[in-house]
Design a protein around this ligand. Structure first.
Ligand code: SAM
Length: 279
């Protein structure tokens, strides 16, 4: 390894004990309170960590299993971590299992600094699509939406109101790496409604009582802001009233509604229909 083992900053520390305070700090990132205190979150997997570094995310700690010692790709990432001022830890599998709360953990995990986009820094341009989620509760839904936003080439996600944490282990896992590619902003409902007034395009809400078939709308040209409702309650009146149009996805069968992430996927592929091509 290019970096020296043991000792001060920029060196590799070997840790096997779960009682080690550094490991205790990393394990505490399973809780939102400590993620926010440390402005940090955990991502798992070597490829994902490399992608995150390539996209300019700030790495705080790289943690890898002893079995990866000597692996060229891991050594390269370790050197990049040290160069960025981060810490590198070589740990036992038992430690990795405790950090990731998973049997058969990934052999490489990392702690990154959280990153949010400011609402005021969003500058929607022609053809841009943004997704706003009202009080999304389920980490799997949020992660799946972020992944889908990435897949269709939409610009980012705005979390409105009290939502699940985009940087929880479950959400980050469900994004399959897209957490690093998709900007996420957060806003209170009031701040969102105020910001929305200057949105230079169509604000399309989805609602089970929507009067307009989502397939009948021309989404070409101007930016689109797609607003999706909470899993249990749907869109509240203030948010529904802030939309230019309320769209419905027609359904057959007994289900009352679609899952939030599925509905978001259906909408995004329709809105981006003209932009997506097989290559
Ligand atoms: N009980 C909730 C309600 O009354 O709205 C169901 C919410 S649904 C699980 C979550 C969100 O997905 C909705 O708020 C809406 O944004 C979207 N959604 C689900 N099915 C839809 C459909 N058929 N048409 C339009 N939007 C839909």
């Amino acid at each position: 390894m290019n970096v020296q083992r043991q000792g001060g900053p920029g060196q590799v520390k070997e840790i096997t004990s779960l009682a080690n305070p550094i490991i205790k700090d990393i394990k505490s990132l399973a809780m939102k309170k400590f993620r926010d205190q440390q402005n940090a979150f955990i991502a798992e997997g070597l490829k994902l960590v490399i992608d995150a570094l390539d996209m300019g995310w700030t790495i705080k700690t790289l943690i890898f299993a002893k079995s990866k010692l000597g692996n060229a790709a891991v050594e390269k990432v370790a050197a990049r971590t040290v160069a960025a001022g981060g810490t590198v830890l070589e740990v036992s599998e038992k430690v990795l299992t405790a950090i990731t709360r998973r049997d058969n953990p990934q052999m490489v995990v990392a702690v990154f600094a959280q990153q949010y986009l400011k609402l005021a820094d969003i500058r929607p341009a022609q053809g841009d699509v943004w997704v706003a989620l009202d009080r999304v509760r389920d980490p799997g839904n949020l992660g799946t939406v972020i992944r889908t936003v990435d897949a269709v080439g939409a610009k980012g996600v705005i979390l409105v109101g009290d939502t699940t944490d985009p940087f929880s282990l479950e959400t980050v896992r469900a994004t399959m790496g897209s957490i690093f590619a998709v900007p996420v902003a957060k806003a209170t409902t009031d701040a969102f409604v105020a910001w929305r007034k200057s949105f230079p395009g169509k604000v399309a809400g989805t609602h089970l009582k929507g009067a307009v078939d989502y397939r009948s709308v021309d989404f070409g040209g101007k930016p689109v802001l797609l607003l999706m409702g909470n899993e249990q309650q749907g869109l509240p009146d203030d948010l529904a009233e802030s939309c230019d149009v309320l769209l419905r996805i027609p359904q057959a069968g007994r289900a009352d509604s679609l899952n939030l992430a599925v509905a978001t996927g259906v909408m995004l592929f329709e809105i981006r229909r003209g932009a997506l091509k097989l290559t």
